[in-house]
Ligand binder design. Structure first.
Ligand code: UDP
Ligand code: MG
Length: 309
């Protein structure tokens, strides 16, 4: 049977949210009167979500469970969703219902009008700490400034993509991924719809600061050489200062001035340069580590159970 909509939900310990997710997605998608499937990607849950997913899939044949061998992370789970989706349009949605399934109808309308990527813009967010809101907002703005692709501000992974777009994304097998950047990078006709991001239905965020930070680094390194250019900039700046300092110091020496001499100023200069060099080395290391990961060419994820077809 030909499928129009594939709804992909990455799941990591979302036991309490699954029945509600299934209910709301079914309600919304049934109202379209078109064939749809719900792809539940179990990203190594350890709270019993896996059993619930299996059970839901037994009851409702429109559910396709993809069960990972371990936790691979949200971005990789989304990737598996792209790989297994069969629909003409693929929707990525969070399993915690922070993204209202009802918005899919509006996205589908825009898609029918000829748009190939319909992303959801978070006009407001509920039930998240000021720290999360602030860091998220800062994150989107920094990424916008320094990366080479114009990733729309305040958009998450909640979006609808045409089959054409998904087919391109499926060929992009980079390991450290930033899906919303990738979907902006491919081009095509893109449009946003605004929504109010709700609070989680149940459970806690699976994105502590550490993971958000990693995602930010993936975004920056995956889409720009900016950090490497910063190192070059610092190199030129300190060399410039040193060259300018030579005649100044020589002049001071001749006139007998003692300012700037002594251990403290030397120590500060050495520490500063040492710091800049180590940071630059670290930045280089980030890129080299990523190269190494790509060179190994391991599969992006390992599936324990997946539908045969
Ligand atoms: N998620 C996942 N693997 C992970 C972390 C999260 O599949 O390692 C899923 C999670 O179950 C949810 C979605 O990714 O469906 C978004 O995660 P979360 O709601 O915790 O992020 P937040 O909305 O707080 O940014
Ligand atoms: Mg969430």
């Amino acid at each position: 049977m030909k499928i129009t909509y594939s709804i992909v939900a990455p799941i990591f310990n979302e036991r309490e949210n699954l029945p509600e997710l299934h209910r709301r997605v079914s309600e919304v998608m049934d109202s379209t009167n078109e064939p749809w499937e719900l792809i539940l990607v179990d990203d190594g849950s350890i709270d019993g979500s896996t059993e619930i997913i299996r059970e839901l899939a037994r009851e409702d044949k429109r559910i396709r469970p993809i069960i990972f061998a371990r936790n691979f992370g949200h971005q990789i789970a989304i990737t598996a969703g792209w790989d297994y989706a069969r629909g003409d349009a693929v929707v990525i949605i969070d399993a915690d219902l922070q993204d209202p399934p009802e918005l899919i109808l509006e996205m589908a309308k825009k898609w029918r009008e000829g748009n190939e990527v319909v992303f959801a813009v978070r006009a407001a967010r509920e039930g998240e700490s000021w720290f999360k809101l602030w860091t998220a907002s800062l994150f989107y703005r920094i990424i916008y400034r320094i990366t080479d692709v114009k990733i729309p501000l305040d958009t998450g992974d909640f979006r609808l993509m045409d089959r054409k777009v998904v087919n391109v994304l499926k060929q992009m097998r980079e390991r450290h991924r930033f899906p919303r950047g990738m979907s902006a990078w491919v081009g095509f006709k893109q449009v946003g719809v605004e929504y109010k991001r709700a609070a989680r239905v149940a459970g806690e965020t699976k994105y502590p600061f550490r993971k958000m930070f990693r995602l930010a680094i993936n975004a920056v390194t995956g889409f720009s050489y900016f950090p490497l250019q910063v190192a070059t900039f610092f190199g030129f700046a300190s060399a410039g200062i040193a060259i300018l300092a030579i005649p100044v110091v020589a002049y001071m020496r001749i006139t007998g001035s003692q300012a700037f001499f002594g251990q403290a100023s030397t120590l500060i200069a050495v520490l500063f340069l040492g710091g800049v060099q180590l940071i630059s080395l670290g930045i280089l290391g980030e890129y080299i580590g990523r190269l190494y990961d790509e060179a190994k060419g391991r599969p992006l994820y390992i599936v324990r159970e997946a539908p045969k077809d």
